[in-house]
Ligand binder design. Structure first.
Ligand SMILES: Nc1nc2c(ncn2[C@@H]2O[C@H](COP(=O)(O)OP(=O)(O)OP(=O)(O)O)[C@@H](O)[C@H]2O)c(=O)[nH]1
Ligand SMILES: [Zn+2]
Length: 316
């Protein structure tokens, strides 16, 4: 008899799964060498959120195949120099940032949004540590993103929330994600694990002190972990907490693909004169024209430019 299950997390090809009936299966292995439904060029055959078919065998269950993915969240793996799936079958990608400690990086936020656009997944922004003062340039970037239609939640998590008895927009976030699969992507120390712990106290993810973590460059979260709400009546919210990273590279794409991940560039892209326009220097580039006319925000173009230059350098 075969049954379906969702991958929660795994390492070294051993996975923890939850069947659709809610049964947890730990330390499950793949049957055979290559998993049907996957490609050997993939850095990892399964990611949190993947649906798999299981077979019940003597000695326990095995993973028989990966079911078709609705979508997949990727990240460039610097060490292995390939795209790595960090989550699959996702409803929303949340880029988590903080006003400070670690400092807000507009380029990082834009890159995660571009990745979500290219994967066809709705995206939103969480400004955690909203108990701290927000610098004006951070407000400016958030308002540009708001104008582009990205929802924003200003949250307070963990100890800070308990101290001031206020969680900001966390209750609204909880409500909006109650039946969904959500992925949290952010730099190390912005408070992703604290957020998940505040949402689901049973989750008990390890959280760290940023100051020490920062100085030593230690990362608390080493594996993408999927935390499943135990309240099945509420639909079973799933939060995939991904390891914190310093940079979010998008090197698996070329410039024209990247530009299509900038929502604000889309109306202009069909009007560039040069085929394969990189929007960096070409004559009659409609993106550069829109920038000059103020129809594209300088901050957004700057982050595109940096990303495009990275890609050109990498492919040289
Ligand atoms: N002031 C304030 N501090 C917070 C808030 N949320 C989390 N923190 C603190 O920020 C630090 C880092 O939190 P974590 O939850 O470990 O951060 P993370 O993003 O999961 O870090 P990685 O696992 O390295 O990716 C901890 O000391 C938390 O207590 C908040 O809303 N306000
Ligand atoms: Zn152009």
């Amino acid at each position: 008899m075969s049954l379906s299950a969702i991958v929660m997390w795994g390492a070294n090809n051993i996975y923890n799964l939850r069947t659709l009936e809610g049964r947890i299966c730990e330390n499950v292995r793949i049957k055979g060498k290559v998993l049907p439904g996957t490609d050997i060029s993939e850095a990892n055959p399964l990611a949190p959120g993947d649906l798999v078919t299981l077979v019940e065998e003597e000695g326990g269950v095995r993973i028989l195949e990966r079911q078709e993915r609705r979508n997949v969240v990727h990240r460039w793996n610097r060490k292995r120099r390939k795209m790595q799936a960090i989550a699959a079958n996702v409803d929303t990608v949340f880029v988590v940032a903080a006003p400070e400690d670690p400092p807000y990086r507009p380029n990082f936020v834009d890159r995660v949004l571009v990745m979500a656009e290219l994967a066809g997944i709705p995206a939103a922004v969480i400004l955690n540590k909203a108990d701290k003062a927000v610098p004006p340039e951070v407000e400016r970037h958030l308002s540009i993103l708001g104008d582009l239609g990205y929802p924003l939640y200003r949250t307070i998590a963990g100890e800070a929330a308990r101290r001031i008895h206020h969680e900001g927009d966390l209750p609204a976030f909880r409500k909006d994600t109650a039946r969904a699969v959500s992925v949290l992507v952010g730099r190390s120390g912005v408070g992703k694990s604290s957020l998940v712990n505040s949402l689901i106290p049973e989750a008990n993810l390890a959280t760290g002190d940023t100051s020490t973590k920062y100085q030593r460059g230690r990362h608390t979260t080493t594996l993408a972990k999927q935390v499943v709400s135990l309240d099945s009546r509420a639909g079973g919210a799933m939060y995939i907490d991904t390891p914190g990273v310093r940079e979010f590279d998008l090197l698996g794409y070329d410039c024209s693909e990247i530009a299509a991940g900038y929502r604000d560039f889309l109306p202009f892209l069909p009007h560039c004169r040069m085929p394969g326009c990189t929007h960096l220097h070409e004559p009659d580039c409609s993106v550069l024209k829109a920038l000059a006319e103020g129809a594209i925000a300088r901050e957004r173009y700057d982050s595109y430019q940096r990303l495009a230059m990275n890609i050109l350098e990498e492919n040289r």
